[in-house]
Design a protein around this ligand. Structure first.
Ligand code: GLA
Length: 756
């Protein structure tokens, strides 16, 4: 049993493999949060709570006259409420029928269930009954009759506890939910740092670590999507925590829309974290009897640093968020024509690329933007999902068949949520566009947004896409969205309901994705929003991988993929090899470096294969072969960050088989230095008593290097690479491994470690 209820004392203790989480109903009926941290027994942890009479921290009416030390303003609470005496950041804010803002929740009852709860119309972690348990705690406000259901899903083996909330109006008047966070988390006394992941288009998810000081710090999005700018994921950790040591807590929000993650250190040094839908664009009306369901937040805990925390999330996202036929199937190696041709292509040209690609082992051709409507640049055509047969030189079906004949599958790009002013759809349905009446809407990439909160719009897109997907032999869809949403307003919603727009939009998006992925289960859907602008667990529930960034430069990708790896597994990261100079940074890097970096993701190409030299084509053949051979290990192994891209010279990461018998280390020199110091790493995840042989991947340079350089390099390979030179797992993990030096700028190495 992962969930222990002490009925006499009203204590709820949730255990996972390495963590314990505890709540207790106190003598007044408030649900206090008493512990979250390393696994302990069922001790009542409320002994840590120390109340004192603190000026200006008032007392609930029922005890105020007797005990001035009891205050909601300082007590650690399970679900904090706005307006009734807790002045810190809060999880729940309700506007009552009389216009007042106040809610106070008292414990009512609990329900225990096998298995994991689900949430109507929203993505959530799923798990079998023997892998998970659910605790539902019901709280009530006796004055307004608001009822709050707190859900806890415990995946013991994964060190995961999920949270979600349902607010029910049991009163007789309409109320407005102004804020209903998915999670509120209090720590009685801890001095934390937090790591958040900021970025921008073409440079997503850069880690930033800062101290939690007094005051409020927050990350979030009011852009309609989770955004490039802050990922809905953060880590709270003790001061000295690093990859392998220290306590840390991960919070990941399973939602693709606007979010807010706030953290506050209060007057007595307690820390509170609140995470949920961003309240700035949110108001939810509840008539008597109606209910609101929040999205889900995932919590994980590691007593041994960020590495373990990431691996907890990797496993959970891979096994309990991603769904469908493609969950475990090897994803095809693809070539996408975007950076090869942009909008400028003909059907014949595409077939040529596919032909060359097929010969080299590529398995899928993806036709990107520009195949529909009047779409020869990004100023027009969005919304007109009818093939441009003149440009393609035939029907879309014929083109797909021609591509299939070359030996690869056919995939296609859509941006279903977008609409151009210069489109037939806009001319027919101007009312389907998101804009505030009487006010010109802001343009972004010269495009507008379709009102996905409307059922008729959702139905139209489902129908239009279904027609194409049924008629044309398509096995892959890239679902893009290329702007942030402002001017929020829907013609379908009355004035009092406009505050529901942003969330209704996300619900609409999820409905369309659910319908299409159910209707076309064999199609692999790739998520995308100008690269990684909607890279979150919510999208991953529908699209098992996401184009990680529009930046394909492998050196920039070191940072992007490093940051992404904190919260997401390799199997969700779309990564392609592109040409040089790179189109985003103009950087020139070796072909093998581009391939090795893309291999730590869902691998593909984004370049014109038909224009490549025979030598380059030969390299592509080798790259694909290597990727296919190492696929299982790379996608399902344990991921370790060994040296960050902020280190002096080299970024290094490792993927080890779960049984520790094999590992791949990838090292990329992001900097060159004269007379360099050796790059040393400590390998992880091996069997200490095992004996290992090292092998350096030489396939990309063996036959190209000048003999002198080659001999120098081979002479520099330390012990372990020669035949019969075995090293113990303990030595590699505790002593370390020297990475071979670089013989060129941006050199990359892949080292295979095998137990003999
Ligand atoms: C976005 C995507 C790119 C490409 C273009 C097409 O930027 O992230 O990969 O599909 O749109 O317009």
């Amino acid at each position: 049993m992962a969930i222990i209820v002490d009925q006499g004392k009203n204590i709820f203790t949730l255990h996972t493999k390495n963590s314990t989480y505890q709540m207790k109903v106190d003598e007044l009926g408030f649900l206090l949060h008493t512990y979250y941290g390393s696994r302990i027994d069922n001790t009542d942890m409320s002994y840590l709570i120390y109340n004192m009479d603190r000026g200006f921290s008032g007392n609930p009416y029922e005890i105020g006259g007797k005990d001035r030390s009891y205050s909601l303003d300082t007590l650690p609470q399970e679900y904090s409420c706005f307006g009734t005496g807790d002045y810190r950041i809060s999880a729940l804010r309700i506007k009552n029928g009389d216009g007042s803002r106040g809610v106070q929740l008292y414990y009512d009852k609990y329900i225990l269930n096998k298995g994991k709860y689900s949430i109507p119309d929203l993505p959530a972690v799923y798990a079998d009954d023997d892998e998970s348990e659910t605790l539902e705690i019901i709280l009530k406000d006796p004055y307004s009759h608001v009822e709050v259901h707190l859900y806890y899903g415990v995946l013991e083996k994964n060190d995961i506890i999920t949270r979600a909330v349902k607010v029910v109006n049991k009163g007789s008047e309409k109320i407005v939910v102004e804020k209903a966070a998915s999670l509120s988390l209090d720590w009685i006394s801890q001095d934390f740092d937090w790591i958040t992941f900021y970025g921008r288009h073409n440079m997503e998810r850069i880690p930033q670590r800062s101290a939690i000081n007094h005051g409020i710090q927050a990350i979030g999005s009011v852009r309609g999507t989770s955004s490039h700018h802050y990922n809905p994921f953060a880590i709270l950790c003790e001061k000295g925590a690093d990859e392998t040591k220290g306590q840390c807590f991960g919070i990941s929000f399973v939602y693709s829309g606007e979010f807010l993650m706030e953290v506050e250190k209060d007057q007595v040094n307690q820390t509170r974290l609140v995470c949920g839908i961003h309240p700035d664009n949110f108001e939810w009306n509840l008539l008597p009897g109606e209910e609101f369901n929040s999205p889900e937040a995932i919590m994980t805990y590691s007593p041994h640093g960020f590495g373990q925390l990431s691996r907890n999330l990797h496993e959970t996202i891979r096994e309990h968020i991603c769904r469908g036929e493609w969950k475990h199937k090897r994803r095809p190696v693809l070539v996408n024509n975007w950076e090869a041709t942009y909008f400028n292509f003909t059907g014949d040209q595409l077939v040529e690329i596919a032909k060359d690609a097929a010969k080299l082992g590529v398995e899928l051709f993806v036709l990107d933007d520009g195949w529909f409507g009047k779409r020869d640049n990004d100023n027009s055509g969005l919304g007109d999902w009818y093939p441009n047969e003149e440009k393609l030189g035939c029907s879309l079906k014929e083109l797909a068949e021609r591509i299939l004949d070359t030996g690869v599958e056919f995939g296609i790009w859509f941006e279903p949520e977008a609409i151009s002013e210069d489109s037939n759809l806009y001319r027919e349905h101007p009312e389907w566009v998101v804009r505030i009446p009487g006010r010109p809407p802001a343009l972004s990439r010269n495009q507008l947004v379709l009102d996905f909160s409307r059922k008729d719009v959702q139905d139209y897109i489902i129908e239009r896409m279904s027609d194409i997907l049924s008629e044309v032999p398509i096995t892959y869809v890239k679902w893009d969205f290329n702007r942030s949403i402002c001017d929020k307003f829907s013609n379908e919603l009355g004035p009092e309901y406009q505050g529901e727009f942003a969330h209704r939009y996300v619900l609409g998006l999820y409905r369309v994705l659910e319908e299409l992925t159910t209707k076309f289960p064999h199609i692999l859907f790739e998520g995308c929003s100008g690269g990684g602008g909607r890279f979150d667990p919510g999208m991953l529930y529908y699209t098992p991988h996401i184009w990680c960034s529009d930046n394909t430069d492998p050196i920039a990708r070191l940072t992007i993929q490093y940051g992404t790896s904190f919260g997401y597994p390799v199997s969700t990261v779309g990564a392609h090899v592109s040409t040089v100079p790179n189109h985003q940074t103009r950087r020139v890097t070796p072909f093998s470096t581009r391939a090795y970096v893309a291999m730590s993701g869902i691998f593909g190409y984004q370049l014109d294969i038909s224009k490549m030299t025979e030598e380059e084509k030969d390299d592509i053949r080798k790259q694909i072969e290597i990727y296919k051979n190492r696929y299982d290990l790379i996608q399902n192994g344990h991921y370790y960050r060994l040296l960050p891209p902020t280190s002096d010279m080299c970024t290094v990461w490792e993927i080890a088989a779960k049984d520790g018998k094999e590992a791949i280390i990838t090292a990329v020199y992001h900097n060159v230095e004269a007379n360099p110091a050796p790059v040393m790493v400590q390998v992880q995840g091996l069997n200490e008593s095992g004996s290992y042989q090292l092998e350096l991947d030489t396939v990309f340079w063996e036959d190209k290097l000048d003999e002198k350089v080659k001999n120098w390099l081979l002479s520099k390979l330390p012990y372990g690479y020669g035949e019969g030179e075995l090293i113990s797992g303990a030595a590699l993990m505790k002593g370390g491994l020297v990475i071979p030096p670089a013989f060129q700028e941006y050199q990359a190495w892949q080292i295979i470690i095998k137990q003999c």
